[in-house]
Write a protein that binds this ligand. Structure first.
Ligand code: RFL
Ligand code: PHB
Length: 389
């Protein structure tokens, strides 16, 4: 088979790129290791920056998001007996959109299917060949049968555990990593959210987050040891622990119910440089990971897609390689800022196993500063709603 852009990975990055390229008449084939149902069963992000909302509009996939998503103007932060609200809209004139990654992905799959986009599922043994030449190709297997795609470019949108990043020779790659000594235990429950906006809580028992997907579907997280397992937590034990970590007024009004999903996510900061090798471009989690505090993972994947899509468009429409040559540097500049914010917000909100009295006092002072300083809140809001592309 022949195509212009071979896309490895059918998560949000790969799908969004495929759909945007399609709108501009650029042909792609997308390869996904799992099937659509599996991708849609992964419960992940919930907060979208305006930049991603704009891209979904450009991709022609924003109608359901605008009808069913919720615009949030701010979020609550609690610590000790204190609680304050950061008003994103007042500080930056920009809200965030609460609409699940699952729904974003569902809308993108629907659009790709409607457009007759070429997608192959359940692919194995994906290998990217000759990415450092003008004629790259991708081989893979479906049902044990070997197939081959000849293409102009390869987009590596295959997440943290994919093959694309590993294709770049080690000698040319530099990796930066920080693994946090705790995880998030998350549940999804068919209960009304405890508050109309998100609550980020730093309690002496550890971090908690109250989030949501819609009026009747809530998403809650609590910080847990890395050694923990969802099987150790009954629903009742989860609700009890959550209530101990959030302000009383919310603990008292929290509506509990059976969980419909329960999982633990480790927290990691990771960046690989460069994000391009020859005609292979890394996009999203394939190139970088952030801890989920601050909701930057999907949003940073979206900014990569924006830069890559515009670079490829410039190549096909104007014959210019300037965008392609600038891709890695442009994307990484924004990635590092999102890494900084996610690291800062994670450090601020979690209890660390090795935290000294001094570290704790610094954390409290930082929270106190954020509560009382308009400048500090402005900085947080600017990052939370998303830095410009
Ligand atoms: P994905 O979503 O991992 O998709 C990659 C796809 O590639 C496939 N794949 C392969 N396909 C073919 N061949 C191979 N060899 C392949 N290897 C892998 C995989 O099956 C998969 O379908 O990466 P992508 O598209 O870059 O998207 C990134 C986002 O999924 C991720 O950044 C976010 O989910 C992170 N994240 C959040 N981001 C936000 O912006 N806001 C949030 O509120 C937010 N909350 C979260 C999160 C991530 C979480 N977890 C579990 C990691 C909350 C959680 C709990
Ligand atoms: C979520 O709803 O899953 C969510 C929201 C905000 C975050 C992280 C995750 O910072």
């Amino acid at each position: 088979m022949k195509t212009q852009v071979a896309i490895i990975g059918g998560g949000p990055s790969g799908l969004l790129l495929a759909q945007l390229l399609h709108i501009r008449g650029v042909d792609s084939i997308l390869l996904e290791r799992k099937n659509k149902e599996y991708v849609l069963s992964r419960i992940r992000a919930g907060v979208l920056e305006q930049g991603l909302v704009n891209l979904m509009e450009e991709a022609g996939c924003a109608d359901r998001m605008h009808a069913e998503g919720f615009l949030h103007d701010g979020a609550l932060i609690s610590y000790g007996d204190e609680m304050f609200r950061v008003d994103f809209r007042k500080l930056t004139d920009t809200p965030v959109m609460v609409y699940g990654q699952t729904e974003v992905t569902r809308d993108l799959y629907a659009a790709r299917e409607q457009a007759g986009g070429k997608m192959e599922f359940n692919v194995d043994d994906v290998v990217i060949h000759d990415a450092d030449t003008a004629t790259p190709r991708v081989t893979y297997k479906v049902d044990g049968q070997e197939r081959r795609i000849d293409c102009d470019f390869v987009a590596g949108c295959d997440g943290f555990h994919g093959v694309s990043r590993q294709t770049i020779p080690l000698a040319m790659r530099r990796e930066y990593e920080k693994v946090y000594p705790f995880g998030w235990l998350g549940i999804l429950s068919e209960t009304p959210p405890v508050n109309h906006e998100l609550i980020y809580a730093n309690s002496e028992r550890g971090f908690a987050l109250c989030s949501m997907r819609n009026d009747t579907l809530s998403r809650y997280y609590i910080q847990c040891p890395l050694s923990d397992s969802p099987a150790n937590w009954t629903d009742a034990a989860f609700w009890d622990e959550l209530k101990r970590r959030i302000p009383c007024e919310f603990a008292d009004s929290l509506v509990t119910g059976p969980s419909i999903e329960k999982s633990i996510a480790p927290l990691r900061s990771f960046v690989t440089e460069p994000m391009r090798w020859g005609r292979l471009f890394l996009c999203g989690d394939a190139a970088h990971i952030v801890p989920p505090t601050g909701a930057k993972g999907l949003n940073t994947a979206a900014s990569d897609v924006h830069y890559l899509y515009n670079a490829l468009r410039d190549y096909y429409e104007n014959g210019s390689e300037a965008g392609i040559d600038a891709y890695s540097e442009k994307a990484l500049k924004r990635v590092w800022k999102a890494e900084r914010f996610s690291w800062w917000f994670s450090s601020l909100m979690h209890r660390h196993p090795e935290q000294s009295e001094f570290d704790l006092a610094m954390q409290t002072a930082e929270l106190e500063f954020l509560r009382s300083s308009a400048a500090a809140q402005h900085s947080m809001a600017e990052n939370y709603v998303g830095l410009p592309y």
